[in-house]
Design a protein around this ligand. Structure first.
Ligand code: NAD
Length: 254
């Protein structure tokens, strides 16, 4: 087993869902963490959970789509930890669920701004640090919506296709610097984002509805994403860069 002590990871969208789950798993694996999110309360809860189990986590409240705030969290990570080995570029929003023709421009811009500009800005400011170090692994969160279109989610699907494009460009530009850049495509994972609009009362009923669209017959857990991110951070995946990796129980194989 690799020793991850002294390796530092930044996670955006770390106040909830996949970001928090990955933070918990990364802390258990020995990484030191900077948790970034716009949601201060959720960030504090994530930090408390991680610190209570012996992990090292600092927090920084930022909007990932504002460049000064991105510079703020990157600078803070360097001040506190002095290096950045892994970056889980994960914050994202779903936006409104309407047909394309009913999607208003403000909502379209908002989704593209968080999901695309946020991912772009994180890489823009972290890659130079990783280049100086000569190492680093970046994992961008796209979605199964980056493979097929998701009806009712035009801006979201467009934004996640863009994340895959950004990932491939970045991977090629830094391939010789010892830095790897990959995107993951979560399918149906039981986070707040996936569960909130499911038309059922109990959690079990909601999970059963989500499971119907998954070939494996069950929705994914946040830990399934966390494990994949840790694999991509680790040297076990040393020859993997520029890939678009579904973590979806078979959805995109259909
Ligand atoms: P979530 O809503 O639980 O978490 C997203 C986090 O991002 C929240 O903590 C939110 O506060 C934060 N965030 C939103 N806008 C931000 C901004 N401008 N600046 C900083 N932080 C911001 O959702 P999740 O399911 O954990 O989603 C995480 C990522 O996974 C997203 O990119 C999402 O599109 C993607 N995804 C999720 C699923 C799923 O089934 N849950 C499927 C495919 C893709």
């Amino acid at each position: 087993k690799e020793n991850m002590n002294d390796h530092v990871v930044i996670i955006t969208g770390a106040a909830n869902g996949l970001g928090r789950a990955t933070g918990i798993a990364a802390a258990k694996a020995g990484y030191k963490l900077l948790l970034v999110d716009i949601d201060a309360k959720g960030l504090a809860d994530s930090k408390k959970i991680i610190n209570a189990s012996g992990g090292v986590a600092e927090v920084y409240q930022a909007n990932v789509s504002l460049e000064q705030e991105v510079i703020g969290y990157v600078t803070y990570a360097m001040t506190v930890f002095g290096r950045i080995d892994g970056f889980f570029n994960n914050a994202g929003i779903l936006g409104t669920t309407t047909p394309l023709t009913d999607t208003d421009v403000v909502s379209f811009d908002r989704v593209l701004t968080v999901n695309v500009k946020g991912v772009f800005l994180g890489m823009k400011h972290i890659i130079p640090i990783m280049q100086k170090q000569g190492n680093g692994s970046i994992v961008n969160t796209a979605s199964m919506g980056a493979v097929g279109g998701l009806p009712g989610l035009a801006s979201y699907s467009a934004s996640k296709h863009a994340v895959v494009g950004l990932t491939k460009v970045a991977a090629l530009e830094v391939a010789k610097s010892g830095i790897r850049v990959n995107s993951i495509l979560p399918g149906t994972i039981t986070t707040e984002m996936a569960l909130k609009d499911v038309p059922a009362k109990t959690l079990a009923e909601k999970e059963a509805i989500l499971a119907m669209s998954v070939p494996q017959g069950k929705a994914g857990k946040p830990a399934d994403i966390a494990n994949t991110v840790l694999f991509l951070f680790s040297d076990v995946s040393a020859h993997i860069t520029g890939i678009t990796l579904p973590v979806d129980g078979g959805i995109t194989a259909q």
